[in-house]
Design a protein around this ligand. Structure first.
Ligand SMILES: NC(=O)c1ccc[n+]([C@@H]2O[C@H](COP(=O)([O-])OP(=O)(O)OC[C@H]3O[C@@H](n4cnc5c(N)ncnc54)[C@H](O)[C@@H]3O)[C@@H](O)[C@H]2O)c1
Length: 418
C-alpha cells in the first residue's frame, strides 16, 4: 500500500490517541455500527484532505467500515499529527499522505497522490482537492459523484466557483450544518485556539489585552473563552452587525490600528487576507504575541512584517521572534498557520463528533442522491442535521420536551392573538 508518513514506528502512540478520541465520539461510533451492517459506501473511492488528527482518523475508519476505499492527505502543512498518520497506515491500512512540516511542494504531491486513486467522492477542508480538480486535473473531475466541504473558507471558495458557473459536481457544505458551525467553529476553535497559544508560549492570559480579529462563529467562541481566562478582550470587525453584537456582548470594539497599540496577544479568525499589516506590527508593544486561527496563513501580513524586521530567530517551538527596526519584539506563532492545530491538537473530539457525523452521513447521502443533484453547493439536509443533534443529546443523557398537539396547532395557526 502506497503512503507517505514521517515514521511508522510512531504508530503505537497514534493508535492509543485515536482510541482516546473515539471514546468521546459516540455519535460517530453509532454511525460506524450502522455502516458496518449496511455498508452504504461499498465500492466508493473517497479521497479526504483533512487535518490529520485523532478525530479525522476516527472518521476515516468509519468510512472504511462503511465499505469505502478511503485515502487521506493533510489539509495544512503544519496540522498533521505524525503518530496518527503512522497508525492509520500501519494499524488501519488506510493510505495516508501527510508529514508535519511538509513543504508546499510535498503538500501538493500528497494532494495529487490521493487524486491519483481516482476518487468518486472528495472530502475537503479548505477546498484544495476541488480546486485542483478544477484546474490541473479537470479530467478526473468526471469520476466525481460529489464532494463535501468542512470549513467556512472552503465554502466561500466553492460558492465562488458555483456563482461563476464553473462547479463540475455537487458539493455539500458540511460547515453550514448547524451541528457543525454552532459547535465546532465556536466552542472547538474557542478552546483549542487558547490551548495552542498557551502551549506555544506558556504566557498568562489573565489580565492581558487579547485582541480577536473577526467576530464570526470562531471569533465569538475565542472571545468568550479568552474572557473566561481573565483577559480584557478587544474585538475588531468590518461588519457593523457583528461589531454591534460584540459591543452588546460586553467587549471593546475598535479598528485594528488602535487595537494594535494596546494588545498583548492577537489572533485573527476572519477567513480574510492581510488583516494585521505592516503598519500594525510596527505599532505593537514590545513582546506582543501574534497568531492566526483562520483557515489559510494569509490573515497575517507576514511579507510586510519581513520588510520591517531587523532580526529573526525561533525562541520556542513554532514561536519566531521578530526584532523590528524600532527595536520592539513581536512573536509570531506557527508561521501564521492555524495555531490551534499547529501548536496544539485541534478541536476536542466531542465537537468533532458532530462535524464528522455530518461528513460520514453526507458521504452516504451523496452515494444515494448525488446523481439527482445539480452542480451547486448544498447545505446538509435538515433531517441529517437534526438527527445528529438528537443523537448527541441522547449520548449526553439530555432529554427535551415534545410539542403537545395544542402547541403544534397554535404554531401552525394565525387566528389566535391576545
Ligand atoms: N482553526 C480552526 O480549527 C477553524 C475551525 C473552523 C473554521 N476555521 C476558519 O476560521 C475562519 C473564520 O471562520 P468563521 O466560521 O468564524 O467565519 P465567519 O464568516 O462566521 O466569521 C468571519 C468574521 O470575520 C469578519 N472579518 C472579515 N474581514 C475582517 C477584517 N479585515 N477585520 C476584522 N474582521 C473581519 C467577518 O465580518 C466575519 O464576522 C475561516 O477561515 C474558517 O475556515 C478555522
Amino acid at each position: 500500500m502506497k503512503h507517505h508518513v514521517k515514521d511508522l514506528r510512531l504508530s503505537k502512540t497514534g493508535k492509543k490517541r485515536i482510541e482516546w478520541a473515539e471514546q468521546d465520539m459516540p455519535v460517530l461510533r453509532n454511525i460506524r455500527e450502522h455502516f458496518k451492517k449496511k455498508k452504504p459506501l461499498k465500492g466508493v473511492k473517497i479521497a479526504a484532505c483533512l487535518h490529520v488528527t485523532t478525530e479525522t482518523a476516527n472518521l476515516m475508519i468509519t468510512l472504511k467500515t462503511g465499505g469505502a476505499d478511503a485515502s487521506l492527505c493533510a489539509s495544512n502543512p503544519l496540522s498533521t499529527q505524525d503518530d496518527v498518520a503512522a497508525s492509520l497506515v500501519k494499524d488501519y491500512k488506510i493510505p495516508t499522505y501527510a508529514v508535519k512540516g511538509e513543504s508546499n511542494k510535498v503538500y501538493y504531491q500528497h494532494i495529487n497522490a490521493v487524486l491519483d486513486r481516482k476518487p468518486n467522492i472528495t472530502m475537503d477542508d479548505g477546498a484544495d482537492l476541488v480546486s485542483v480538480l478544477h484546474s490541473k486535473r479537470k479530467k478526473d473531475a468526471e469520476n466525481l459523484i460529489g464532494s463535501t466541504e468542512e470549513t467556512t473558507t472552503g465554502v466561500i471558495r466553492l460558492k465562488s466557483l458555483a456563482a461563476n458557473g464553473l462547479l463540475k459536481f455537487p458539493v455539500i457544505a458540511v460547515n453550514d450544518a448547524a451541528t457543525k458551525h454552532f459547535f465546532d467553529n465556536r466552542y472547538g476553535t474557542g478552546q483549542s485556539t487558547i490551548d495552542g497559544i498557551t502551549r506555544a508560549t506558556n504566557r498568562l492570559i489573565a489580565g492581558s489585552s487579547f485582541v480577536v480579529c473577526g467576530y464570526g462563529w470562531c471569533g465569538r467562541g475565542l472571545a468568550m473563552r479568552a474572557r473566561g481566562m481573565g483577559a480584557n478582550v478587544i474585538v475588531t470587525e468590518i461588519d457593523p452587525l457583528k461589531a454591534l453584537e460584540a459591543v452588546m456582548d460586553g467587549f471593546s470594539v475598535m479598528p485594528i490600528a488602535d487595537a494594535a497599540r494596546v494588545g498583548d496577544i492577537f489572533c485573527t479568525v476572519t477567513g480574510n487576507i492581510n488583516v494585521i499589516r505592516k503598519e500594525h506590527f510596527r505599532s505593537m508593544k514590545d513582546g506582543a504575541i501574534v497568531s492566526n486561527s483562520g483557515h489559510f496563513n494569509v490573515e497575517l501580513g507576514l511579507d510586510g512584517l519581513k520588510t520591517i524586521t531587523k532580526k529573526k530567530r525561533e525562541v520556542r517551538e513554532l514561536v519566531v521572534e521578530h526584532t523590528l527596526k524600532n527595536r520592539r519584539r513581536v512573536y509570531v506563532l506557527a508561521d501564521g498557520r492555524l495555531v490551534n492545530l499547529a501548536s496544539a491538537e485541534g478541536h476536542p473530539a466531542s465537537v468533532m463528533d458532530m462535524s464528522f457525523a455530518n461528513q460520514a452521513l453526507s458521504a452516504g447521502y451523496l452515494v444515494k442522491r448525488g446523481s439527482r443533484l445539480g452542480n451547486e453547493v448544498y447545505t446538509v439536509p435538515e433531517e441529517i442535521d437534526r438527527e445528529i443533534a438528537r443523537m448527541k443529546l441522547a449520548t449526553l443523557g439530555v432529554k427535551i420536551d415534545k410539542l403537545t398537539a395544542e402547541q403544534k396547532k397554535y404554531l401552525a395557526s394565525w387566528e389566535m392573538g391576545t
